[in-house]
Design a protein around this ligand. Structure first.
Ligand SMILES: [Zn+2]
Length: 377
C-alpha cells in the first residue's frame, strides 16, 4: 500500500534529555509512539515511521548565527560565559545541559526530513519532536534553542513553496513570526493564550507583520478558560477564509499540547477533542501538511494527545476509539484509561458567557484588521 502519512522518530530523540526537573520532557514523543504501537496504530495501512537525522551545522546556519551556535556548543561542554547569557542561555526556561546542542539539532534534522518528504510528494508528515517556535536567530527562550519550524519552512519556501504556518500551541510563536515578519510568501497564523497572562507576552492582534509582510502574521490571543466548541469555532471562522485567500502550497502545523486543561504552564480549558477537530479542519484544506509537536507540560496528556493527533493525521479517525481503552492497553496515564480521547469537560454558563463575549470582540477585531488586506470582508 502506498504511504499516506509519515511519522519521524528514532532512538536519539528518545534518549537525549533536558535536565532533570525541566518542564519540557523529551520522552513525550517516544511515549506517544509506544502507545500507538501497543494499539497497532503506529504503522501499516499507509502509515510509516522514518528515521530522523541530525541537522548539519551549515543547515542550522541558514537561520541561526555562527556566534549563537558556537555558544550552544560551548554551553553543552559546560563552558558558560557572558556571551552565552546574553543569548538567553542559562535561564530556567533555557538551561545549560549536555545535550543542549545535540537534541535540538536532532529535532531540527527531523523537521528537515519532514520537509524533504513533503518536497518529494508526501501528503502528511509528523515530527512530534519538533515545534520549537520560540527560538530566534541568536536567542534561546521557552525551552527552544533551535527553531526547526523556521528551518523547515525556509527549506520549503526556498524550493518555491508558499508556506502557511498554523500554530495551535498555547504560546505565541514569537521566534517564527519574527523570522518571517516582513515576508508575504510565508503566512503565520497563531492561536494562543493572550500574552497578558502567559509567556512570551507577545502576539496581539495589532502585531500583524510589517512592510510587504503586513497582514501576513495573524495573531489570535485567547482569553483564559477557552473551551472546546468556542475554540473550534474561532479556528474555523478565522483560519479557513485566510487559507482560502492565501492559497498556500503547504501547511506547517505546530501542535503544542499545552492548551489542554490541566497543563501546568497555561490556563485554557481544552480537551484533545478540539485538537483532533482542528487537525481534521486543517487536513480538509487539501494541502500537504508538515505537523510538529511543541509544548505540552502534562507529559501523559501530551503523549496521548499526540497519539490521537497521529490517528487523525494518518486517516485513522474513523476507528472506534471507545474500544481502545479495553483489552489491557497500557495508557501510561493515571488520569484516564478510556481511550485516546479525553472526556468532554463541563463548563458553566457564566464562564462560557464571559469567554464567548471576549471571543466575539476578538474575532471582530481580527477580521476588521486582517481580512481586508486579503480581499476578505
Ligand atoms: Zn507552548
Amino acid at each position: 500500500m502506498e504511504t499516506k502519512a509519515y511519522l519521524v522518530h528514532g532512538k536519539e530523540l528518545d534518549s537525549l534529555q533536558y535536565p532533570e526537573g525541566c518542564p519540557l520532557n523529551t520522552s513525550r514523543a517516544g511515549k506517544a509512539c509506544r502507545m500507538l504501537a501497543s494499539m497497532n496504530l503506529l504503522i501499516g495501512d499507509g502509515k510509516e515511521v522514518v528515521e530522523p537525522r541530525r541537522a548539519e551545522r551549515a543547515e542550522l546556519e541558514k537561520f541561526h548565527t555562527a556566534r549563537y551556535l558556537d555558544a550552544l556548543q560551548r554551553g553543552a561542554e559546560g563552558k558558560m560565559d557572558e556571551e552565552c547569557f546574553d543569548m538567553g542561555l542559562g535561564t530556567p526556561d533555557s538551561p545549560f545541559f549536555p545535550d543542549m546542542y545535540n537534541y535540538p539539532a536532532w529535532g531540527a534534522g527531523a523537521s528537515l526530513v519532514a520537509a524533504e518528504l513533503i518536497l518529494d510528494g508526501a501528503q502528511v508528515v509528523f515530527n512530534p519532536s519538533g515545534g520549537f517556535h520560540h527560538a530566534a536567530a541568536e536567542l534561546a527562550g521557552g525551552f527552544c534553542y533551535i527553531n526547526d519550524i523556521v528551518l523547515a519552512s525556509m527549506l520549503l519556501a526556498d524550493a518555491g513553496r508558499k508556506v502557511m504556518f498554523i500554530d495551535i500551541d498555547v504560546h505565541h510563536c514569537d521566534g517564527v513570526q519574527d523570522a518571517f515578519n516582513v515576508r508575504n510568501d510565508i503566512m503565520t497564523f497563531s492561536m494562543h493564550e493572550s500574552g497578558k497572562t502567559v509567556f512570551p507576552g507577545t502576539g496581539f492582534v495589532d502585531d500583524m507583520g510589517e512592510g510587504e509582510g503586513k497582514g501576513y502574521s495573524i495573531n489570535v490571543p485567547l482569553p483564559v478558560g477557552v473551551y472546546d466548541e468556542a475554540y473550534e469555532h474561532v479556528f474555523k471562522d478565522l483560519c479557513s477564509p485566510l487559507v482560502g485567500a492565501f492559497d498556500p502550497d503547504v501547511i506547517v502545523l505546530e501542535i503544542g499540547m499545552d492548551g489542554l486543561a490541566g497543563d501546568p504552564l497555561a490556563h485554557l480549558n481544552l480537551t484533545n477533542n478540539s485538537y483532533a477537530d482542528v487537525i481534521s479542519t486543517v487536513l480538509g484544506f487539501g494541502k500537504p501538511v508538515l505537523a510538529t509537536g511543541g509544548g505540552g507540560y502534562h507529559v501523559a496528556n501530551t503523549a496521548r494527545g499526540w497519539a490521537l493527533a497521529w490517528t487523525v493525521l494518518s486517516g485513522e479517525s474513523g476507528f472506534d476509539d471507545a474500544l481502545l481503552g479495553l483489552g489491557g492497553v497500557m495508557m501510561e496515564s493515571t488520569d484516564w484509561q478510556g481511550g485516546l480521547r479525553d472526556r468532554a469537560l463541563v463548563s458553566y454558563g457564566s464562564q462560557r458567557d464571559s469567554v464567548d463575549r471576549e471571543l466575539e470582540q476578538l474575532t471582530k477585531d481580527v477580521k476588521s484588521k486582517i481580512f481586508p488586506l486579503h480581499g476578505l470582508c
